[in-house]
Design a protein around this ligand. Structure first.
Ligand SMILES: NC(=O)c1ccc[n+]([C@@H]2O[C@H](COP(=O)([O-])OP(=O)(O)OC[C@H]3O[C@@H](n4cnc5c(N)ncnc54)[C@H](OP(=O)(O)O)[C@@H]3O)[C@@H](O)[C@H]2O)c1
Length: 222
């Protein structure tokens, strides 16, 4: 992988160094897109647009993370399973994705608001400690970040999806966006990496890497 831009003064060109958070706590979101802006491919998952270079960054980010924060939609569509670190599912409905209902205590946390319809059922399924209630009628993502930090989870990685990324940026909870642009254009009807009401976020490019035409960027939210 070639380093095209690096403003971080990383001590080496290893991916882990190039993707080290500048301070903790830190919350970043890692996404992949085609050149024409599709956030998923023909299969309806990001698995049909990502590639080897994206996987290398995906793994480097996971290796550093204390927890993975993911929207319930992505957990369902992509069939998320438990990981090496806690998986934090963000949900309005408060429903634990089916494949995660039998997870060991602590492997899956559910972030909901107080009025989430599935909250009582989720508490029964996961245990009260694993259900993080933040906000009355909406999940308060800034409060969620603080609640995770209070549990000692300070290096936070979100893997989307597009609704959650939009809300993480709109709320100011996100510090960084890691974006892989794969050299493909696919047209068709696909989500972009942010979905929802307009936001006006400005970003600074901190790192840009290239491998076989794939561009891998770290953008810092201003
Ligand atoms: N290109 C990429 O890097 C990438 C990454 C991830 C996903 N994807 C793709 O994106 C598609 C899924 O898109 P999506 O927009 O549905 O993903 P999403 O944002 O993960 O899912 C939306 C659902 O997640 C929950 N959610 C998201 N934001 C929330 C918030 N602020 N508060 C409370 N709950 C929240 C809600 O779940 P409930 O319905 O349970 O209330 C909502 O219905 C899939 O095709 C997936 O493959 C692409």
């Amino acid at each position: 992988m070639r380093v095209l831009i690096d403003t971080t003064s990383a001590p080496s060109e290893s991916l882990v160094d190039l993707y080290r958070p500048p301070r903790l706590p830190w919350l970043r979101v890692n996404m992949v897109s085609t050149v024409d802006g599709a956030a998923n491919g023909e299969s309806g998952t990001s698995g049909s647009i990502n590639n080897e270079a994206d996987k290398a960054v995906f793994d480097a980010l996971r290796a550093q993370a204390d927890a993975i924060v993911v929207g319930a939609g992505t957990a369902r569509t992509e069939g998320y399973r438990v990981a090496d670190v806690p998986l934090v599912i963000v949900s309005h409905a408060g429903r634990v994705p089916d494949q995660l209902r039998d997870a060991e205590p602590g492997a899956v946390l559910l972030a909901v608001c107080a009025s989430a319809p599935g909250r009582a059922e989720a508490t029964k399924t996961l245990g009260a400690d694993q259900v993080i209630v933040v906000g009355d009628t909406q999940v308060d993502l800034v409060a969620l970040k603080a609640a995770l930090v209070a549990r000692g989870l300070t290096n936070l990685l979100s893997e989307g999806g597009p609704h959650l990324l939009r809300d993480l940026i709109a709320s100011g909870a996100a510090d960084e966006l890691c974006l892989t642009v794969v050299p493909r254009a696919i047209a068709g009807v696909h989500p972009r990496i942010l979905t929802g009401e307009s936001v006006g976020a400005e970003l600074d490019l901190a790192v840009l890497l290239e491998q076989d035409g794939t561009l891998l960027a770290r953008y810092l939210l201003r």
